[in-house]
Ligand binder design. Sequence first.
Ligand code: ADP
Ligand code: MN
Ligand code: MN
Ligand code: MN
Length: 341
Amino acid sequence: MTTLTKYVEVEYLWLDGRKPNAGIRSKTKIIKGPVTKLKDIPEWGFDGSSTEQAEGRFSDCRLIPVFLLPDPLRGAPHLLVLCEVYQANGDVHPSNTRAELRAIAKKYQTAGAWFGIEQEYTLFQNGRPLGFPKVGFPGPQGPYYCGVGTENIVGRDLVEEHMEACLKAGIELSGINAEVMPGQWEFQVGPVGPLAVADQLWVARWLLERLGEDHDMSVSYAPKPVKGDWNGAGAHTNFSTKAMRASGGLKHIKVACEKLKRKHHEHIAVYGAGNEERLTGKHETCSINEFRYGVSDRGASIRIPMATANDGKGYLEDRRPAANMDPYQVCAVLMKTICGN
Ligand code: ADP
Ligand code: MN
Ligand code: MN
Ligand code: MN
């Protein structure tokens, strides 16, 4: 008989090379424990020709572990580890958008940037949004947002399971809510620093899709999952710097809004594919061709929350990012525009 050895199942997660939206992939490595820190997790590799990250002839890509957390699904001692992708020659892979955010976060470290991201998503089953009948449509929007009762709510089991899993993993959720369209939900990550919010958001997305398997539901981040008089799905990105959070911070928020105005198109370019279907000027959005900011204005590009205006300090909410955005790119462009000159 051999003695009992603690094997640790480590799920390696990484972003693939799909366009226009990267997805998340994962595979399991069995490691002989104990594992306590990132340095204990070995580098690994994968076949990039199967993830749109390499040609068949030079297919090896490298997985460099960067963010380690407990696996809330398999339980202790098992782990999840988010990785950056590198090429075999040691260069950062072009699909590795985290590398740029890493550099920008370092450059503007003293700004003390915090992000809170509201991730909206739509659950699907059998090719229809959850709660939509096989033919036709549910009753019009109105009772679903933050609703209760079986006539208004679908998918809550999965949503609750996902929240518990995120918290067990140490993901810093600030809340969840049912959204305006049936089958649409939201969770919020943060406020935390740029790399933390983006890393945690990607792992939270993976957990959601993974748990969806158990419920036979898929997760869509499409900005406009149903055409017509149905709300789209966004990823409002709330942002502050140390100066914005301090006394007199409102003037820094207004300066930031003026900077954002000048860079509107540069931002829209990384705020998610298909976002023009969502940013129409209806359904609590501002048209993609306009830039406006205002206090409490849910029809603006940037909303300054009421409490921030009243306190004279706080944060701003960029309402433009779509649900399918890459948080590494969104956080990077926000820091570049607002923290740079
Ligand atoms: P709403 O739905 O009213 O737009 P939510 O409550 O869904 O707002 O989301 C607000 C987000 O703002 C949360 O993710 C929260 O963590 C974040 N947040 C709060 N304070 C700050 C701050 N000072 N800087 C950045 N983000 C913040
Ligand atoms: Mn919200
Ligand atoms: Mn919302
Ligand atoms: Mn919001």
